[in-house]
Design a protein around this ligand. Structure first.
Ligand SMILES: O=c1ccn([C@H]2C[C@H](O)[C@@H](COP(=O)(O)OP(=O)(O)OP(=O)(O)O)O2)c(=O)[nH]1
Ligand SMILES: [Mg+2]
Length: 152
């Protein structure tokens, strides 16, 4: 079965860098690259430019997710994962990387793949104020009310 595609206009603010790309057919995320060299000390965070700007169709959102390989091998994540790219945003996409490794400095070179961009449909809510919310089985229980793992 073929993959659904949406057309997303893109501007390459840095034409020497490759555009976002899917590593395999059917992948959910298109990899984003760093537009500059980055060095992150343990615990340090940095807003990293990707050299691209896009126009996401109305009714869709771009979500920036971390790459699991970088997370496993180097403890690299994003502070605001997943990052939200609004349909109306025309600025450069940036990635807020954080090095969670307690000891090792992380180094990326310009052109390295640092995160991935996914597209999802979104609806907006029309908030309707009411006196009472409809009843549900869960009710107000949350935050572990159904029991936690063996850790307690
Ligand atoms: O990881 C991210 C998150 C956001 N953005 C850009 C696109 C997004 O549309 C805009 C605003 O993001 P968000 O709404 O998450 O931040 P905010 O703090 O609410 O800022 P604003 O008041 O501009 O909405 O910043 C990025 O480039 N990368
Ligand atoms: Mg916002």
């Amino acid at each position: 079965m073929s993959v659904n595609e949406i057309e997303v206009p893109i501007r390459r603010l840095d034409p020497d860098l490759p555009p976002p790309g899917y590593a395999h057919p059917g992948d959910a995320g298109a990899d984003l690259v760093a537009a500059e060299d980055v060095e992150l000390a343990p615990g340090e965070r940095r807003l990293v430019p990707t050299g691209i700007a896009v126009a996401i169709p109305q009714g869709w959102v771009g979500l920036i997710h971390p790459r699991s390989g970088l997370a496993v091998k180097h403890g690299i994540s994003m502070v605001n994962t997943p990052g939200t790219i609004d349909a109306g945003y025309r600025g450069e996409i940036k990635v807020l990387l954080i090095n969670t490794d307690p000891a090792e400095t992380a180094r990326f070179s310009r052109g390295d793949r640092i995160a991935q961009l996914l597209f999802q449909r979104v609806d907006q809510a029309r908030f309707v104020e009411v006196e009472e919310l409809p009843e549900s089985v869960r009710g107000a229980g949350g935050f572990g009310s159904s029991g936690l793992s063996t850790l307690g």
